[in-house]
Design a protein around this ligand. Sequence first.
Ligand code: DCT
Ligand code: MG
Length: 508
Amino acid sequence: MSQPATLPPLMMMKKKTKKCSGPSILSSNQHPQPGKVKFLGVRIYIVERRMGHSRRGFLSSLARSKGFRVEDTLGGKVTHVVSEGNPGGELWGWLRAQTVALAGTAEVLDISWFTESMREGRPVAVESRHRIQEDASLLSPVGSRSAVSQYACQRRTTLDNPNKIFTDAFEVLAEHSDFSGSSGPALAFKRAASVLRSLSSALHCLGDTRDLPCLGEQSRAVMEEIFECGRSFKVQGILSDEKFQTMKLFTSVFGVGPKTAEKWFLRGLRSLEEIATHPHVHLNRMQQAGFLYYADISRGISKSEAEALGRIVEDTLHQIAPNASMVLTGGFRRGKEFGHDVDYILTTPDAGTEEGLLLRVIDRLNYQGILLYQEYQESTFDKSRLPCRRFEAMDHFPKCFLIIKLHAEVVPEGALSCDHGDRRGWRAVRLDLVAPPADRFAFALLGWSGSTMFERDLRRFARLERGMLLDNHALYDKSKDAFLVAKTERDIFDLLGLDYIEPWQRNA
Ligand code: DCT
Ligand code: MG
């Protein structure tokens, strides 16, 4: 496999560390020079157990480069013991079995304290959520709540959500921030919603949120209001705001993003009719289709409609490539009953033979007279430019965004979701197809299965906790300067040292 166009990891580290502390700190076995230590009261000991030698070395170097003192051996002077992946009982058993005693004031902490401190460039205050207790059941009256990870990929999030009243509020706040271009606050609200979605029971008071990660001051304030008044006045204000309502309406059109929506709003346009009839509004091809099929596309697609669509694509696929296969992905793979579109991955057994597959499928659908709209994006997959560092970046596989005419007779029991009284006998549905090469299938499947927050945190976890880069194409280990091979999603979780999370548990 070819090398990434970035510096190999050691060189990158050298460059960074040279600037702040000099080259001697590069070795994990060397202590920094006296005087280079910035935080005199802090002596960290990193537990190698379950973490491994090379990762411990990497983390030690990182901490030393940031002015932390890291002890190679456990002893009475250690103030912060940091452990990763060790259950509390096991860790404490191991600590007791050591021949040296820890000071009574030493903190025994989860790696999250370490990563937060590295990010801040100073030792962050120890909170109860950082501490590793001997018996996890002593931590919180609500069972596993104290152990909730800050990473969505370490949480199991089903579609059952007993805290919908809060997550709905956070979603409005996130969307409002997104509309005004405030991506930081938007992400904070999305993270807060994502954490709450993973809980299996309802929260009853603000105290219940004490040990939960990712709940900032603003999120807690919103929750406090809801606990006290049953609603958030801030959220109510947003929902009745004309700009928010208009932006929501405009962005609900296929092909219209926040920038275009805002442009129309600033021109004084307020309804879809005004846009469609305005002499000076130019719509691109995608937006024209969005307006034409708006009534259908803005209505959710049911699971039976998604499966009916799948049968059409499968028949078509087998006519042109008998050994090709396809897998339903996106929200439906996560068990959702409704979605805004249907996402399928198509692939062939041999890498390279998938090229041209989508164009032939599009041709056939067109021939059947059911293709209402198509946009095909050819492959821009270039192994030499892997891995991509952007979270949100679309992958480079060939893909197409389609609108298909779905006839009532292909959906079991004619269960087509149409307008009441609609006699057309068909509806328009959005279909996305992607065709990765066979050797990238596992990465593409994991990426396209979502949810977006789950994917985002998988990548963040890989980068911050494992020194790896993950995207829809590959997993790259920076310390080994190598791409890691995976045939299945399980392989990728294993390579990241994560417990496997089933697709229906990825609704973060
Ligand atoms: N995805 C991705 N890169 C993007 C956007 C999305 O890898 N730039 C992934 C994440 C989810 C998956 O593709 C499908 O995307 P959507 O259809 O937008 O999400 P969904 O979870 O299927 O939601 P819905 O049920 O509303 O279709
Ligand atoms: Mg989808």
